[in-house]
Design a binder for this molecule. Structure first.
Ligand SMILES: Cc1cc2nc3c(=O)[nH]c(=O)nc-3n(C[C@H](O)[C@H](O)[C@H](O)COP(=O)(O)OP(=O)(O)OC[C@H]3O[C@@H](n4cnc5c(N)ncnc54)[C@H](O)[C@@H]3O)c2cc1C
Length: 509
């Protein structure tokens, strides 16, 4: 009897897995995961991401074993894998979650759709990210998102019949795939159980001061939810997170109503967190609606603004964390070791590259994609465009890296940890070590230009120049911006409505 193929992509979990549940009701199931060399060797991919996926897949195998199943493993082109399954075993149906991916997965999915049509195999793609396919208008989007997130989570049937005659296949070693081992010793570990533990610890303990803690790389390490890689690779569903959050808020409100003392920071923090979950889908919707955003400016008036001036030396210094700006360099080195940094610091890294170094967002976004364990194309590319000032609908934010040290790392803990060459630099010089008198440099065993770089650009002049150039375009971009806003702008904040005429909006992080 032909089989129902459940094709796992960015949904490496068992709970709230609608395609698996539906396929199991339709017939005998094969749960399939394909390592795709084209993706694994793409510029956005890193071995740490594969390591995380593998940890999720191994747990899935452990969970499926008592039910009599496993994840069948294949390496190669998905189309070839599916066609071989069709020829050998017969495929009655293909099931997956809808994906808002990059150009590789987008093109692959179009080929799979054509293949399924040509063999009259129904391919059912179910939503999981809050993104709405074939969206006609952004109006009313938030209400539709709420409906999707409030739907009951999917339950697996009590018994699943697995297609046990299909060979299980083997997980290839990194070296067999031509990949180095993961080089991020502090990367989060994958798996559905861990995902739920991380969620629970955030909602019950770590999240209490989220609203304040999220901006600093010091407090953000534990104070942010740290759910991003689990959401990106689907070890937990957005709906599960949303619903657990609503339950926690309700419990807290109930405690408040019954006169019990609760830490007042909780409700504000959880409200901020709820907003971030919605932003997740809001940003992904942009790429879903306009896949070209992976490569092209959201607002084409900005075309040509930076392309011709890409400075490889600056780019290399930014990538390696040796720009001479301690907060930029510390964040970059933290990222190299862990694959994670908080939102504010991601925004600063992107903005510093775009404004101070005047680098086009495309190569810088690809570099960070590779270093983010949670790389999610739908968030990543639109966020990069926003932080680079090429949307025309967002406030232009140019961060001062020195101010970020003073505001977000006032004790110098983070900078000293990631830049050991600055370990003995006195606190008052940590934001701008180049201003240390030579005698202090000697005492601190940190000679600028020798042990730590001289700033690669001068902040004030780089800031002024970038501002002038971006604002000149922004004025010219007004008419185009109105169209961009109509397609991609958030409709949620009343303040944004007031700005609609000018085609600018804040409130997107
Ligand atoms: C230039 C740039 C690139 C980014 N690229 C990615 C990416 O590839 N993958 C990714 O998951 N996030 C990305 N973000 C958004 C954000 O920085 C991360 O989601 C967040 O830092 C992850 O840590 P957390 O899970 O502890 O976040 P929390 O603060 O605990 O937030 C919870 C979840 O909400 C979502 N979220 C939070 N902030 C945002 C935001 N501003 N926009 C959209 N969704 C948000 C994420 O799914 C996150 O896991 C990017 C931000 C910037 C500025």
């Amino acid at each position: 009897m032909a089989i129902q193929v459940v094709w796992l992509k960015r949904d490496l979990r068992l709970r709230d897995h609608a395609p698996l549940a539906a396929a199991a009701r339709a017939g005998r199931v094969l749960v399939l995961y394909v390592d795709e060399p084209e993706l694994l060797h793409s510029a956005e991919f890193d071995s740490s991401q594969l390591q995380f996926q593998r940890e999720c897949l191994r747990e899935l195998d452990t969970q499926l074993a008592p039910l009599g199943g496993c994840v069948a493993r294949r390496t190669g082109n998905v189309l070839a894998v599916l066609d071989e399954l069709r020829e050998r075993h017969g495929v009655a149906g293909l099931w997956s979650h809808a994906e808002t991916g990059n150009r590789i997965t987008y093109a692959r999915d179009q080929q799979v759709a054509a293949w399924a049509r040509s063999h009259a195999i129904p391919w059912t793609e179910l939503p999981q990210t809050g993104v709405i396919r074939r969206l006609k208008s952004r109006d009313g989007w938030a209400a539709r998102w709420n409906t999707l997130m409030s739907q009951a989570t999917s339950e697996l049937p009590e018994r699943i019949e697995f297609a046990s005659e299909v060979p299980r296949g083997r997980e290839l070693e990194f070296a067999e795939l031509g990949l180095p081992p993961s080089a991020k010793p502090l990367a989060q570990r994958g798996g559905e159980t861990l995902a739920h533990a991380v969620l629970e610890s955030f909602l019950e303990q770590r999240g209490v001061d989220y609203r304040r803690a999220m901006s600093s790389p010091v407090s953000g390490w534990d104070g942010c939810s740290r759910l991003s890689p689990y959401l990106a690779w689907g070890a937990i569903s957005l709906r599960e997170v949303h619903q657990a959050l609503q339950r926690r808020r309700e419990t807290l409100r109930e405690e408040q109503r019954s006169g019990r003392a609760i830490d007042r920071r909780w409700l504000a923090s959880l409200s901020s967190f709820a907003g971030r979950l919605r932003w997740r889908s809001h940003f992904m919707q942009k790429l879903e609606d306009e896949p070209a955003l992976e490569f092209e400016n959201m607002n084409r008036v900005y075309d040509g603004m930076r392309e011709a001036e890409f400075d490889q030396v600056r780019f290399a210094a930014w990538c390696e964390g040796r720009t001479g700006y301690p907060m930029v360099d510390a964040c970059m080195r933290c990222l190299h070791a862990s694959g994670w940094i908080n939102f504010r610091m991601r925004a600063m890294l992107a903005s510093f590259a775009a404004y101070h170094l005047w680098l086009h967002w495309r190569p810088t976004s690809v570099f960070l994609a590779r270093h983010f364990l949670d790389f999610e194309p739908g968030i990543h590319f639109p966020q990069f465009q926003m932080q680079s000032g090429v949307t025309g609908i967002n406030a232009v934010r140019i961060y001062s890296p020195a101010k970020q040290v003073l505001d977000q790392d006032p004790e110098g803990v983070f900078v000293r940890r990631w830049l050991p060459e600055l370990a003995e630099v006195p606190l008052e010089h940590l934001a701008e070590p180049q201003r240390m008198p030579l005698s202090v440099q000697r005492d601190a065993r940190c000679i600028i230009g020798e042990h730590y770089p001289t700033p690669i650009v001068e902040h004030a002049s780089a800031y002024q120049s970038a501002r002038q150039r971006v604002f000149a375009r922004k004025r010219a971009a007004r008419s185009e911006s109105a169209a961009v806003y109509a397609k991609h702008g958030s409709r949620r904040r009343p303040a944004a409505r007031g700005r609609r005429a000018r085609g600018t909006t804040k409130g997107e992080g």
